[in-house]
Write a protein that binds this ligand. Structure first.
Ligand code: NAD
Ligand code: IPM
Ligand code: MN
Length: 348
């Protein structure tokens, strides 16, 4: 019986998680998966009231007693330095060593793509973002803060182990899914040290997969190519920072933040699932947010914990909803957040 730790979080995270949980109920009642979950109230309200972000003991509880963690979104204008959001999101990513940030970019219907004449066959790739290193590690500091001589240092950390495991994961995924191409993106022309490590590691690992075409774009060119010829990509692998940027763009190619799902995964261990989007505070509590990203994330979660049929089933449901115009406002339809959740549940 899969057990899920659900953290709705902040802003529209709460709105979309409500619908994702509704869909989990439908999957439990009608879909034959004996799902079970507990909700946790970590987020800005709790932090502002108590100073608690996400205690280490709770992360250990998630790790030891749950099969997956599901987060809506975190981030609140009342906490401008993002203390709680970093502790919750980056805390889980780092402390649970969730090194694979898996962000599929599957265009589900031609009408959702902002590019001219692009089909679901053209925009059909996955991004593996390194999730435990790079510019996100929080090493650095500020010197002479608030003075004209102020210095800010933010260091990017790249280890052979960390770079190799995400690259290898990309090749293994391509092999398992009969995909012919893996593209690595970095900025090795300007950033020589980390670039050298990524380049050497990528082409060394690629030699072990002679049947897969290994290619490279610098990050600036990659973003340009994603718009110009998205059909060239099967698997894209990149570092933490560039992966963050690539996947907002990837989301937009598939219809926007409202439909982009993701998983923060350590294969075989308790992993964390969340939509790619944030807490969009201005839309919170207004029945406006699109919950499809959160709902498709339930599919990615189930797929990862041993129920692979749910990603295609939920994707089929979204395709049908688009065809029949039963979509939320950001996709040009009439439905509110709860209405979208209801339609998905009925279709299940
Ligand atoms: P955001 O993703 O919250 O919103 C950006 C814009 O995308 C919104 O204004 C809206 O137009 C659109 N959008 C996003 N989600 C949508 C949805 N479900 N339905 C319809 N439209 C949607 O990004 P932001 O404004 O840069 O960040 C807001 C807060 O969220 C910040 O505090 C940020 O740090 C945080 N954040 C959290 C996560 C996360 O928890 N994983 C991810 C990104 C940003
Ligand atoms: C994401 C978000 C986070 C990130 C922020 C909220 C720290 O943008 O999950 O893509 O940069 O990883
Ligand atoms: Mn992001």
């Amino acid at each position: 019986m899969p057990r899920i730790a659900v953290v709705p979080g902040d802003g529209i995270g709460v709105d979309v998680t409500r619908e994702a949980v509704k869909v989990m109920s439908a999957i439990r009642d009608k879909g034959g998966v004996d799902l079970n979950w507990d909700e946790f109230d970590y987020g800005a309200d709790k932090y502002l009231e108590t100073g608690i972000t996400l205690p280490d003991e709770e992360i250990a509880n998630f790790r030891d007693n749950y099969d997956a963690i599901y987060i809506g979104a975190v981030g609140d204008p009342r906490v401008p330095d993002m203390t709680h959001a970093r502790d919750i999101l980056l805390g889980c990513r780092f402390k649970l060593d969730l090194y694979v940030n898996y962000r599929p970019c599957h265009l589900l219907d031609e009408s959702l793509c902002p590019l001219k004449d692009r089909t679901p066959e053209d925009v059909n790739f996955v991004v593996f973002r390194e999730n435990t290193e790079g510019l996100y590690v929080g090493t650095g500091g500020i010197f002479k803060k608030g003075t004209p001589e102020e210095v800010a240092i933010q260091t990017s950390i790249n280890t052979r182990k960390g770079v190799e495991r995400i690259i290898r994961h990309g090749f293994e995924y391509a092999k398992a899914n009969n995909m012919g191409k893996v593209c690595m993106s970095d900025k090795s022309n300007a950033m020589r040290f980390e670039g050298d490590l990524w380049q050497r590691t990528f082409f060394e690992v690629a030699e072990e997969y002679p049947e897969i075409e290994a290619s490279h774009w610098f990050i600036d060119a990659l973003l340009m190519q994603m718009v110009k010829r998205p059909e060239q990509f099967d698997v894209i692998v990149s570092c933490n920072m560039f992966g963050d940027i690539i996947t907002d763009m990837g989301a937009q190619l598939c219809g926007g933040m409202g439909v982009a799902a993701s998983g923060n995964i350590h294969p075989g261990k308790t992993s964390l699932f969340e939509p790619v989007h944030g807490s969009a505070p201005k839309y919170a509590g207004k029945d406006i947010a699109n919950p499809l990203a959160a709902i498709l994330t339930v599919g990615v979660m189930l797929e990862t914990i041993g129920y692979p049929e749910w990603t295609p089933r939920l994707e089929d449901i979204v395709r049908e909803m688009v065809k029949s115009g039963k979509v939320p406002r950001d996709m040009g339809g009439p439905l509110g957040t709860a209405g979208v959740g209801d339609v998905v549940c009925e279709m299940i």
